[in-house]
Design a protein around this ligand. Structure first.
Ligand SMILES: Nc1ncnc2c1ncn2[C@@H]1O[C@H](COP(=O)(O)OP(=O)(O)OP(=O)(O)O)[C@@H](O)[C@H]1O
Length: 805
């Protein structure tokens, strides 16, 4: 391990050995023309990563732009050069090419960046290394004719205490003829050969070049022995020539390369729109780059995504927790969804306790997430990601909205996570605590790298005293070749040239099904967990519960104010037999229908948007889209149907109704209420469509009102739809049309609300027949089902790209 660390250090940190003796050059934008002279005298500063005690590092690495002595004079000169533009609005100075000629004029062989050590390294037997040159953790003897079963359960020949591994996960067989094979035993998280999942319960022959992945362990057969490597988190990580091109050919990430050894904390900063989020998506495989590769301990993340993605944690900017739950409950449901189906509750609880202790959250575990401070909430989000012991953790602006104290707390937490043996990359807008990072990546407008190296050298590199100045320069000189400036710099040679020297590759992504992470739980189990979690969230919100009861009660009750003494029967003059329209029945039905529409859509209209970030994250960890959607449909559907029942019960209870129904005989009130309940359900599905479509929760309210008003218009109660060409056909898309029609068949709406202009014209949807009731109800439910299909399609748009196919 020590040897590997040393080599990685050389390979990925730019061969600090010889190059540390190069002089650091103050490569500021305002370097004078003769700026090829080295600016610093004396020995270069050694960077003692983590070997330096923390306070020392903090002192050195505050990154607030304290200039080194050699640069101070240059800086003063720069300021003199810049007085004119400073007066004109204190704009940052135009950048100049850094003074790197001295370096560039070195003989070619001195400039030749070395291919990183781990590329193409072969073991003495010609077998490629699994993890660079890292030594196997354990050797297992695999005698011919023997079967070795791997799993979490103690009765296995090879016991792996890893919650990502199933109790009986896979087995190696050494055939008497010398062939070796691996068989998956129906594992939850899959068994992988060279990063590709093998079929559930499938068998694959393996040779000496093949690497078998099971949870955090990888195995290789070498001379009849099984070598096991356990990924304990200490992995190197590098990005090579990442380029992302969007439709229209525009590059939003340009040739980004950098690499870090194990236990590193990397900060990523850059002006708005410089591609930080795009980079994060490319690094995590959420939206793989079009060109380039991401290497996870020498393994291509893209090609082996299905296996390696389990080792990656991502904490998005917004909290990935249901704030209404207590910390413990939120983690409990997350663990249930992420760990294999065969993990016992005690195992999950033990892991949750471990993580809570590690993040010092145990004292807060019974508090609701809402009651925690911003910093503590961020800790809980990190805790959630740590459950599965990822080796790489990515965070998107974890400190946004936090005060400086919390900002420091969170950054120190990340520092600690890295020191404990993980690689952590944090995208941030906050520059106050950058000194805690081992490396800083600065993105320039246009999505290219402007700097990668130690944070404490970054401001000097740009030649400004504050990050505000650097960002102003980015803004004011957007078209400047920041990437060229970086590539021409000595820092580039020291910290990135080695990685960059490897030729760019176009990404040959494996087929979509091989990219997709396995589902750790069965569909039914996911659905059950999601329903339980959703019910817990609703139950913990007493205000919401009360509102859900009050809303239908009020909507039903207001209908009682309409001609309270009048019934819902057909008005017919006994002597003449003439039909007299019953306006009360039409109005009551209209109000009840609108009440159901409103209640149903209001229940669901914010549901998907408010937890979109959680969904995105969980989807990337193997959550089933249909299980998620079904959990919403089941819980909200039940609530809405009960509400519809309440609306109907209150609205129809005091009215005189026909004695016999068309379908349910004497249960007329139920026959009338069923369309109201179904209308509530279908409206709830429409609400889900709105929720899946909108970009912000604020947009849901106007759309909800619009939906309810359109439903009023198309009930058929306000004007006769039948015979109105175009409008009538359009009304078939409206749930209220079918619900009023279904209830109308029972009440005989063709007589209650006849077409007075043409008494012979009747609406077939209102025919006083059981078949018409059945058809109306079927159409209403079919509309709801169609909405379900649409919601699923719209949900896809919010998923990580690898999960969309
Ligand atoms: N799918 C896309 N199609 C076209 N342009 C896109 C797409 N995604 C992002 N962009 C553009 O790419 C650029 C980089 O976007 P990105 O979100 O990565 O920036 P950022 O640095 O994260 O910004 P911020 O700090 O504001 O979050 C932006 O100009 C953005 O408009």
């Amino acid at each position: 391990m020590a040897a590997r660390h040393d080599q990685l250090g050389r390979a990925q940190l730019g061969h600090r050995g010889p190059r540390q003796h190069q002089r650091h050059v103050c490569a500021g934008p305002a370097d004078p023309p003769d700026g090829d002279r080295p600016r610093h005298s004396g020995a270069p500063r050694q960077r003692h990563r983590r070997s330096a005690p923390r306070p020392e590092r903090r002192r050195r690495g505050h990154g607030r732009g304290r200039l080194r002595p050699g640069c101070a004079a240059v800086w003063r000169r720069r300021r003199r050069f810049s007085t004119r533009s400073s007066r004109a609005g204190r704009r940052a100075q135009p950048p100049q090419q850094p003074a790197q000629q001295g370096w560039q004029q070195q003989p070619p062989q001195a400039q030749q960046p070395q291919v990183p050590h781990q590329q193409g390294v072969q073991s003495p037997q010609g077998v490629p290394p699994v993890h660079g040159d890292r030594s196997p953790t354990t050797f297992h003897q695999l005698s011919l004719g023997r079967v070795m079963r791997i799993g979490r359960a103690l009765e296995n020949e090879l016991v792996v205490s890893d919650l990502q591994v199933s109790r009986h996960h896979a087995e190696f067989t050494a055939h008497p003829d010398g062939r070796f094979e691996i068989r998956d035993l129906g594992s939850h998280n899959g068994t992988y050969v060279n990063g590709q999942p093998i079929a559930k319960s499938g068998t694959v022959l393996i040779g000496p070049n093949d690497i078998v992945g099971v949870g955090h362990s990888t195995f290789r057969i070498v001379g009849g022995q099984l070598e096991e490597f356990v990924d304990t988190g200490e992995v190197s990580f590098s990005a090579r020539h990442l380029t992302v091109t969007v439709d229209g050919g525009k590059q939003i990430l340009r040739d980004v390369s950098f690499g870090v050894p194990e236990k590193s904390l990397i900060g990523v900063i850059g002006p708005s729109g410089s591609g930080k989020s795009t980079l994060l998506k490319a690094l995590t495989g959420y939206r793989p780059a079009n060109q380039g590769d991401v290497l996870y301990d020498n393994r291509s993340l893209y090609k082996q995504f299905a296996e390696l993605r389990q080792r990656i944690g991502l904490v998005p900017q917004d909290d990935i927790l249901h704030k209404e739950l207590t910390v413990r409950k939120a983690l409990k449901y997350a663990a249930k969804l992420r760990f294999p189906g065969d993990t016992a509750e005690a195992e999950r609880e033990a892991r949750i306790d471990e993580v809570l202790r590690e993040l010092k959250l145990d004292i807060h575990k019974d508090k609701k997430v809402t009651s925690l401070s911003g910093g503590q909430r961020k800790r809980v989000s990190v805790a959630l990601e740590l459950l599965t012991k990822p080796s790489l953790i990515f965070l998107d602006e974890p400190t946004s909205g936090l005060d400086p104290g919390m900002d420091r707390d969170v950054m120190q937490l990340l520092r600690g996570l890295a020191d404990d043996g993980r690689t952590v990359l944090v995208v941030t807008h906050s520059v106050a605590e950058l000194g805690l990072c081992d490396k800083l990546l600065v993105m320039a407008p246009g999505g290219s790298v402007a700097y990668f190296g130690p944070p404490e050298e970054a401001l000097n590199f740009f030649g400004y005293s504050t990050w505000a100045d650097v960002f102003s320069a980015f803004e004011n000189y957007r078209d400047y070749d920041w990437a060229g400036r970086w590539r021409g710099s000595q820092h580039y040679q020291m910290y990135a040239a080695d990685i960059d020297a490897v030729a760019a590759q176009s990404v040959n992504m494996p087929p979509a099904q091989q990219m997709r992470p396995p589902k750790p739980q069965s569909w039914g189990s996911q659905l059950f967990t999601l329903i339980r979690r959703y019910v817990s969230v609703i139950v913990s919100d007493k205000g919401f519960m009360a509102l859900m009861l009050i809303l239908p009660a009020v909507l039903g009750a207001v209908s009682l104010l309409i001609d309270p003494d009048k019934g819902l029967l057909v008005n017919q003059n006994a002597q003449t037999g003439r039909i007299i329209p019953n306006g009360t029945a039409t109005t009551v039905l209209l109000i009840l229908a609108v009440g159901a529409c409103f209640a149903g859509a209001a229940n669901s209209v914010r549901e998907l948007i408010k937890e979109r970030v959680i969904y995105e994250r969980e989807r990337a960890t193997g959550l089933s889209r249909s299980a998620y959607l079904m959990s919403k449909v089941v819980v909200l559907g039940m609530i809405t149907v009960i509400q519809g029942g309440l609306v109907g019960a209150i609205g129809f209870a005091t009215r005189e109704l026909p004695e016999e129904g068309l379908v349910l005989g004497g249960a007329v009130m139920l026959e009338l209420s069923l369309p109201i309940m179904a209308l509530g359900f279908t409206s709830m599905m429409f609400g889900l469509i709105i929720s899946a479509l909108v970009k912000t929760a604020e947009k849901t309210m106007p759309l909800l009102v619009m939906f309810a008003i359109i439903q009023v218009v198309f009930t058929g109660c306000l004007f006769i739809l039948h015979g109105t060409v175009g409008v009538n056909e359009f009304s078939y898309l409206m749930p209220s049309r079918w619900a009023v029609a279904a209830a109308g068949t029972t009440l005989d709406f063709n007589k209650i609300n006849p077409n007075t202009d043409d008494p012979t014209s009747t609406d077939p949807l209102w025919d006083h027949e059981a078949a018409a009731w059945g058809m109306d109800m079927a159409a209403l439910i079919a509309l709801g089902a169609l909405c379900g299909v649409l919601v699923a399609r719209f949900l896809r748009r919010h998923e990580p790209e690898v999960m969309r196919k």
